[in-house]
Design a protein around this ligand. Structure first.
Ligand code: AR6
Length: 187
């Protein structure tokens, strides 16, 4: 049995159609792409963003700087793609989630667009597998159950209409988040 942190163990995680639910550190995954919960500057930060830049090294930041020079950052709901640097994943898709402000500032629609636009980049590149953290559910304060329901809904809708990515992996850090995804995946 692979250990929970071995790069390939997402392949053994529970499967719901073409969606797998993996508990652990997303920076260890060798899915073809991992998704970063970035901010509009694309210049790094805390949380999973900090972990991805630390693990992937300077090539990711350099690619982000070039994107900034071209398009001036990344607005909430949008996504951009860079190489994965030293990560086991070949690419990083950086998406910017909404900051939770109570739910009436288009947060659900912006969060849904993060998933749709990230999946569209994966489709464009014909990626086999892409792993998502819970966008906006850390520092940005989005309620985790609602965010998991949106993530699952958007992935299912996208996968029903596209052959790529073949597999989506939702990555949770803790048991509480795992339960929210399980609930969403079982309905
Ligand atoms: N692997 C998997 N999931 C993780 C990891 C990891 N290594 N680290 C954290 N999480 P957050 P946000 C989970 O705060 O809410 C940054 O400063 C974490 O438990 O990383 O979108 C950016 O630059 C949570 O469920 O992202 C932005 O400024 C989820 O990942 C801001 O934070 C997302 O938490 C974005 O905030």
């Amino acid at each position: 049995m692979p250990s929970p942190t071995s790069p390939s163990s997402w392949r053994d995680a529970p499967i719901f159609g073409r969606i797998r639910l993996y508990q652990g550190d997303i920076t260890r995954l060798d899915t073809e792409a991992i998704v970063n919960a970035a901010n509009t500057s694309l210049l790094g930060g805390g949380g999973v963003d900090g972990a991805i830049h630390r693990a992937g090294g300077p090539a990711i930041l350099e690619a982000c700087r070039q994107i900034r020079a071209r398009q001036g950052g990344c607005p909430p709901g949008e996504a951009v793609l860079t190489p994965g640097g030293r990560l086991p994943a070949r690419y990083v898709i950086h998406t910017v989630g909404p900051v939770w402000q109570g739910g009436h500032k288009q947060e659900p629609e912006l969060l849904a667009r993060c998933y749709r636009n990230s999946l569209a980049l994966a489709e464009e590149k014909q990626l086999e597998s892409v792993a998502f953290p819970g966008i906006s559910t850390g520092i940005y304060g989005y309620p985790k159950a609602e965010a998991a329901a949106i993530a699952v809904r958007e992935a299912r809708t996208f996968l029903a209409e596209h052959a790529f990515p073949a597999t989506v992996v939702f990555v949770v850090f803790d048991e509480e988040a795992r339960r929210f995804y399980e609930q969403a995946l079982q309905t």
